[in-house]
Design a protein around this ligand. Sequence first.
Ligand code: ADP
Ligand code: ADP
Length: 229
Amino acid sequence: QPTVVFDNVVFGYEQDRDILHGLSFEVPAGAQVAIVGPSGAGKSTIGRLLFRFYDPQSGRILIDGQDIASVTQESLRAAIGIVPQDSVLFNDTIGYNIGYGREDASAEAIARAAADAAILPFIRSLPEGFDTEVGERGLKLSGGEKQRVAIARTLLKDPPILLLDEATSALDTRTEQEITGTLRRVSRNRTSIAIAHRLSTIADADTIFVLDKGRLAESGSHQQLLRHD
Ligand code: ADP
Ligand code: ADP
């Protein structure tokens, strides 16, 4: 499992220059960390920089000590799996959606990923299972079911780093709790970074980083942060 380090990262978008002001934090190998902070604080920007959709104006981002600026796009994408807030599925079968773009998209591998994402019982309840069409032409999935398919798709690439970008924010409370439980389980043997705005979903993160106006305002365990309130 890799470490992830943001070292004095300064970043602004072309139209909005003022986003991250020398942000530094370290995610130890295999740790589960969470990033919280008000809307507009720059949380999602951290994910975009980690994927190199953008590069920092200064400072460095290191995975296992290696500057990601010198890592190929392919190995970077292989290293990081993302579960976004609103996963978009193809109008195709569940199996296609889980296996999309993956090297090992054998039926066994897809079934394993589905089991890890805890959607096997749901899929078994469908008349055609993995061959069930979803989306406009087929079955309408609930937000939670869509997220589970997206989690399975991400797990199929077995990424050592997991980036959860408000992965449960769009769900109702009960579904959120279910999916949070699944994400917790599949994060366990990976280095994971969860971007969140509800503290309840990240209560058992090893460390919580509080981001404010592009800087690290505070960090600590859930207990430690509550004491400061
Ligand atoms: P958060 O995830 O904490 O809500 P973001 O990282 O999404 O914050 O965005 C931080 C700031 O950057 C926001 O003020 C947002 O308007 C701005 N921003 C985000 N994406 C872009 C973009 N592509 N171009 C210009 N400004 C952007
Ligand atoms: P591969 O390229 O091997 O299919 P991925 O698709 O997982 O690997 O890598 C690209 C990832 O980037 C996708 O999972 C996609 O969801 C994610 N992504 C796309 N747009 C954004 C964004 N704006 N912010 C963060 N991640 C994004």
